[in-house]
Design a protein around this ligand. Structure first.
Ligand SMILES: Nc1nc2c(c(=O)[nH]1)N[C@H]1C(S)=C(S)[C@@H](COP(=O)(O)OP(=O)(O)OC[C@H]3O[C@@H](n4cnc5c(=O)[nH]c(N)nc54)[C@H](O)[C@@H]3O)O[C@H]1N2
Ligand SMILES: Nc1nc2c(c(=O)[nH]1)N[C@H]1C(S)=C(S)[C@@H](COP(=O)(O)OP(=O)(O)OC[C@H]3O[C@@H](n4cnc5c(=O)[nH]c(N)nc54)[C@H](O)[C@@H]3O)O[C@H]1N2
Ligand SMILES: [Mo]
Length: 774
C-alpha cells in the first residue's frame, strides 16, 4: 500500500453523507450560495432548467428534488461568483496563462466579455461583438473552400443552438462537424443503426421499474450518472437482478445510500446495488458476450432435444429478425479458448452471467465508454444487440438497449443534424425548406479534423462549447494542429486550454450558461434538450447572467451567420427574437417534431419516439439484423505489435468523481480513495511487484505505437488497486498525450481511450534528482 498521504481507501457507500458534504462544499465554493440554492432546487423541475450535467432522464415524479451530487457541482461551477474580466486578461499574457493548470484556468470563473487575441502584446483584449463576428466572417469568406473550416460541437449546446449552427454551416457549404459524440457514443450509433435501424436507446425511464435484469456494462454511474443509482437501487429492492461488467469494482455499483431516504442516511445503512459483478479484461466484453451467446445456444439445443421450453424467442426471431443462422454459425466457430483468453473471465463466470440473462424475461442492457472507446467497439455493441435479439429483448416493456449518453444534450445535437455524415433524407429536407444547395460530401469527424489542421488543409476552427485541445487524443499533435490555424474561435463559458492553444487570430466568445436567464426581443426564452430516453423538454435559465455582455449560444451562432452570409438562408435576427421560430423550422424539417412548440407545454416534455422500440426496423431488409463478425484475432493493434515491445500494462483512461470531462471541480476521487492528486496510475499489486516498482513510486508512462513519435507523460504515482492483472487505469485528460491519433475504433473513429498499450519507466524527474545527488 502506498504511504502517500493522498491515498486513503474509501469504505463508505456511494452517495450518502459524503455526497451531501460534497454538495455543500461546491455550493459554498461558488461564492454565490444564496442565489445558487434557488437554482439547484429548480434543476430538472418543470419550468426550471435542465441539469447541465449528464443526459440521464427525469423521473416522471414531479415532487422530487432532482439533482444529484455531481449535478449540484455542475450547476455551482457554472454559476460561480468568480469572473474572468478584460482586466484579468490584461493581467496575464497567454504565455503566462499557459503555465497554469487546467484546474486553475477554469477555477478563475466565468468569462464576461468577448475577447480577441492580440499577437503583438500576447494578450487577449476586449473586442465588440460586431468586430468579433466581422473577423470570423472575413476569415471564413476568405477560404478557398468551405471545407477548410472545422465546426466542432460539444454536447451541451441546446437544440436551438445546434439547429442554427448546422443550418449556417451547411449554407456556408460544408459538412465538417467534428463533435464530442465522435469521441463518445459514436460506436453505439453505428452498431445500432446497422442492426436495429435506430442509433438511439430503445428504453424509457419507466422500463427500469419493469425489468427483471439490468446489465451495466463498462459504465460508472455512481460518478457519471448518479441519478441512475436510484432505479438500480429500486430494482434490487424488488428482487430484480443487476449484473455489472467492469474491470474496476466501482463503488456506486456496489453500495449506495440514498440521500433522499432519511432512514438509510440516519441508520447509516446502505443498499447493496449489485448481486453479480464480473471483471473482464479491458476490451474483453465482446468475447464475454459471445461466450454468453454460446451458452444460450447450448441450452437452446439441449431444450430442443429434451422437449423443454425454448431459450430463444423464436416468435420474435421469426417475425422480426434476419441473419440468425449466420450468427449462430459464428458463435459455434468461436472457440472457448479464445473467449476465455480475450474476456479475461473464467468459463464458469460467463456461464453464471448467461444464466442470469436467461432467467430474466425482460432485460435492459446499459453501456457507456467502457464499451465504446475500443478498436472493436462497433462489433461489441452489435454483440450486445445480438444477445438481446436472441431473447426478444428489444421493443417490449421493461427490456431494451440503453447506451447511456454523456453530455446533457449530445443526443439532441445529433437529432438536430450535427453529423458529419448526415443521412440523405435530412439533407433533402433542409434543401427543400430553405432552397439552397446543401453540401452532399462527407465532412470531417474529430480525428479527421485534427488530421486536416495538422496538414494545414483546414484553416479555421470554431468550437461551439467544449475543450477541443484537451478532450481529443495525441495532445502534442492536436495542439500543434490547432496552432496551424489562421483563426480559432471558442464559444465558451469558462477559460480552458483550448483558448490558449490558438491560431494566428483567436476569439473567445462568452455565452450564457444553461442556468442563466435568456431574454431576447420577444421576452424570456427557453431552450430545449433531448435526454438519453429521447424525451424532449424545455429549459428556462433561472439566474441573472453573470455579465451584461454575454450572449446566448443561438445569438452568437446567428451573429456569425449573419456576418458571413447576410440574411441568407433565413433572417437570423428574427429567429433570435423568439426561439419559438427556430422550433418551427425544426418542426418543418425533422421527423418527430410536428407541433413542437405546442407539445413542449406538457410537463416533462414529450417523447420523440423510437421505431425500434415499436419493433419497426429501419434497416435495408426491414428486419432487425444479427451481425455476425468474428472476435478480433487479438486486441493489440498491429502498430503496437510493430513497436517490437511487449506492453507492461494496458491502460484505460477514465473520469474521477470530481470532474466533468476536462473540467476539474476538484482534485479528489472519493470512491477510489485518492485525495488532492490526479497524476496517479492505478495498478494491481502483483503487477507493481512484477514490474519492479513499489506503491507510491513515481513513473513515466510511455505509449507503445510504431510511428516514430515518442508519447510520454511523467511523474505519475503508482497506486495499488483492485484491478485485473495487466490492466491499469488513470484519469483523462492528463493521459491524452498517450492516445495515438490513428488509434481509433473500426467504423467509429472513436479514439481508443480505454485501451492504450504502455510501458513504465522510473520517473525521469526522480532520475535527475538521483543524478544530482550522485
Ligand atoms: N460527474 C460527471 N458526469 C459525467 C461526466 C463526467 O465527466 N463527470 N461525463 C459525461 C460524459 S460526456 C460521458 S460520455 C459519461 C461517461 O460515463 P462513463 O462511461 O461511466 O465514464 P468513464 O469514467 O469513462 O467510465 C468508464 C467505466 O467503464 C469501465 N471500463 C473501462 N474499460 C472497460 C472495458 O473494456 N470493459 C468494461 N466492461 N468496462 C470498462 C471503467 O472501469 C469505468 O467504470 O458521463 C457523463 N457524465
Ligand atoms: N482519454 C480520454 N479522452 C476522452 C474521453 C475519455 O474517456 N478518455 N472521453 C471523451 C468524451 S466521452 C467526451 S464527450 C469528450 C468531451 O469533450 P468536450 O465536450 O469538448 O469537453 P468538455 O470538457 O465537456 O468541455 C468543457 C468546456 O465547455 C465549456 N462549456 C461549459 N458549459 C458550456 C455551455 O453551456 N456552453 C458553451 N458554449 N460552453 C460551455 C467550458 O468552457 C468548459 O471549459 O472527451 C472525450 N475525450
Ligand atoms: Mo461523452
Amino acid at each position: 500500500m502506498s504511504n502517500s498521504k493522498n491515498i486513503k481507501p474509501y469504505s463508505g457507500p456511494a452517495a450518502g453523507w459524503g455526497a451531501l458534504k460534497s454538495v455543500t462544499k461546491a455550493w459554498i465554493d461558488s461564492e454565490k450560495p444564496l442565489k445558487n440554492l434557488r437554482a439547484m432546487l429548480r434543476t430538472n423541475q418543470d419550468q426550471g432548467f435542465d441539469c447541465p450535467g449528464c443526459a440521464w432522464g427525469e423521473s416522471p415524479d414531479q415532487h422530487k428534488i432532482k439533482f444529484c451530487e455531481n449535478g449540484a457541482k455542475a450547476v455551482n461551477w457554472e454559476s460561480s461568483g468568480r469572473l474572468v474580466t478584460p482586466s484579468f486578461f490584461s493581467q496575464y499574457s497567454v504565455t503566462q496563462l499557459r503555465k497554469h493548470s487546467d484546474y486553475w484556468l477554469e477555477y478563475q470563473g466565468r468569462i464576461t466579455h468577448p475577447m480577441r487575441y492580440d499577437a503583438l502584446t500576447d494578450h487577449y483584449v476586449e473586442t465588440s461583438w460586431d468586430e468579433a463576428f466581422a473577423l470570423v466572417a472575413r476569415h471564413l469568406n476568405g477560404l478557398e473552400s468551405p471545407n477548410q473550416a472545422e465546426f466542432y460541437t460539444s454536447g451541451r449546446a441546446s437544440n436551438e443552438a445546434a439547429y442554427l449552427y448546422q443550418l449556417f454551416v451547411r449554407a456556408f457549404g460544408t459538412n465538417n462537424f467534428p463533435d464530442c459524440s465522435n469521441m463518445c457514443h459514436e460506436a453505439s450509433a453505428q452498431g445500432m443503426v446497422s442492426t436495429i435501424g435506430v442509433g438511439k436507446g430503445t428504453v424509457v425511464f419507466e422500463d427500469f421499474a419493469k425489468a427483471d435484469a439490468i446489465f451495466v456494462i463498462g459504465q460508472n454511474p455512481g460518478t457519471n450518472h448518479p441519478r441512475m443509482l436510484e432505479p438500480l437501487r429500486e430494482a434490487v429492492a424488488r428482487g430484480a437482478q443487476v449484473v455489472c461488467f467492469n474491470p474496476l469494482k466501482e463503488r456506486g455499483l456496489q453500495r449506495f445510500q440514498h440521500p433522499q431516504h432519511p432512514f438509510e442516511m440516519l441508520s447509516n445503512g446502505s443498499q447493496p446495488t449489485n448481486t453479480a459483478y464480473f471483471c473482464p479484461a479491458l476490451g474483453g466484453d465482446m468475447a464475454a458476450l459471445r461466450g454468453m451467446a454460446k451458452f444460450l445456444l447450448q441450452w437452446e439445443r439441449e431444450a430442443q432435444t429434451q422437449g423443454l421450453a425454448p431459450v430463444f424467442d423464436h416468435d420474435f426471431i421469426q417475425a422480426h429478425t434476419q441473419g440468425l443462422d449466420a450468427y449462430l454459425a459464428e458463435v459455434d466457430n468461436t472457440s472457448w479458448q479464445q473467449i476465455v483468453e480475450q474476456s479475461g473471465l473464467a468459463k464458469a463466470d460467463i456461464e453464471l452471467a448467461a444464466s442470469m440473462y436467461r432467467r430474466a424475461d425482460k432485460v435492459i442492457m446499459c453501456w457507456a465508454m467502457g464499451i465504446t472507446q475500443h478498436k472493436h467497439s462497433v462489433a461489441t455493441v452489435q454483440e450486445i444487440v445480438n444477445l438481446q435479439l436472441l431473447r426478444g429483448n428489444v421493443g417490449k416493456p421493461g427490456a431494451g438497449l440503453s447506451p447511456v449518453r454523456g453530455h446533457s444534450n449530445v443526443q439532441g445535437d445529433r437529432t438536430m443534424g450535427i453529423n458529419e455524415v448526415p443521412p440523405a433524407w435530412f439533407l433533402d429536407a433542409i434543401e427543400q425548406r430553405f432552397a439552397f444547395q446543401v453540401p452532399r460530401s462527407r465532412g470531417h469527424n474529430t480525428v479527421q479534423a485534427i488530421q486536416a489542421m495538422e496538414a494545414k488543409q483546414a484553416k479555421v476552427f470554431i468550437g461551439l462549447g467544449g475543450n477541443f485541445a484537451q478532450a481529443t487524443p495525441d495532445t502534442l499533435r492536436t495542439h500543434a494542429a490547432l496552432q496551424n490555424c489562421e483563426l480559432t474561435v471558442h464559444i465558451s463559458t469558462k477559460l480552458n486550454r483550448s483558448h490558449l492553444t490558438l491560431g494566428k487570430d483567436a476569439l473567445i466568445l462568452p455565452c450564457l450558461g444553461r442556468s442563466e436567464e435568456d431574454v431576447q426581443v420577444k421576452g424570456k426564452q427557453g431552450i430545449t434538450v433531448e435526454d438519453t430516453f429521447s424525451m424532449v423538454h424545455l429549459s428556462y435559465g433561472q439566474l441573472p447572467p453573470c455579465s451584461d455582455a454575454l450572449r446566448s449560444e443561438p445569438a452568437i451562432v446567428a451573429g456569425i451567420a449573419k456576418a458571413t452570409l447576410g440574411n441568407q438562408p433565413v433572417d437570423w435576427d428574427d429567429l433570435i427574437a423568439d426561439y419559438g421560430r427556430i422550433r418551427e423550422l425544426i418542426a418543418d424539417t425533422i421527423p418527430g417534431f410536428a407541433d413542437f412548440n405546442a407539445r413542449l407545454q406538457q410537463p416533462g416534455g414529450f417523447y420523440l419516439g423510437n421505431a425500434a422500440a415499436q419493433r419497426r426496423w429501419r434497416t435495408a431488409s426491414g428486419k432487425a439484423q444479427f451481425a455476425c463478425g468474428p472476435l478480433p484475432t487479438q486486441l493489440l493493434n498491429e502498430k503496437i505489435l510493430a513497436s517490437g515491445e511487449k506492453p507492461d500494462l494496458i491502460l484505460q483512461t477514465l473520469r474521477s468523481h470530481d470532474q466533468y470531462n476536462t473540467t476539474l471541480y476538484g482534485l479528489d476521487d472519493r470512491y477510489r480513495g485518492v485525495f488532492g492528486l490526479r497524476e496517479v496510475l492505478f495498478v494491481n499489486k502483483l503487477d507493481i511487484q512484477r514490474l519492479g516498482f513499489a506503491a507510491g513510486d513515481k513513473v513515466d508512462i510511455i505509449s507503445l505505437w510504431e510511428d516514430g513519435l515518442e508519447r510520454r507523460i511523467s511523474g505519475f504515482e503508482l497506486v495499488e488497486y483492485d484491478t485485473p492483472g495487466g490492466q491499469a487505469a488513470a484519469y483523462y485528460p492528463e493521459t491524452n498525450p498517450l492516445v495515438p491519433l490513428e488509434s481509433y475504433g473500426d467504423g467509429s473513429f472513436t479514439p481508443t481511450s480505454k485501451f492504450i498499450a504502455i510501458k513504465l519507466e522510473k520517473a525521469k524527474a526522480d532520475k535527475q534528482i538521483a543524478a544530482a545527488i550522485l
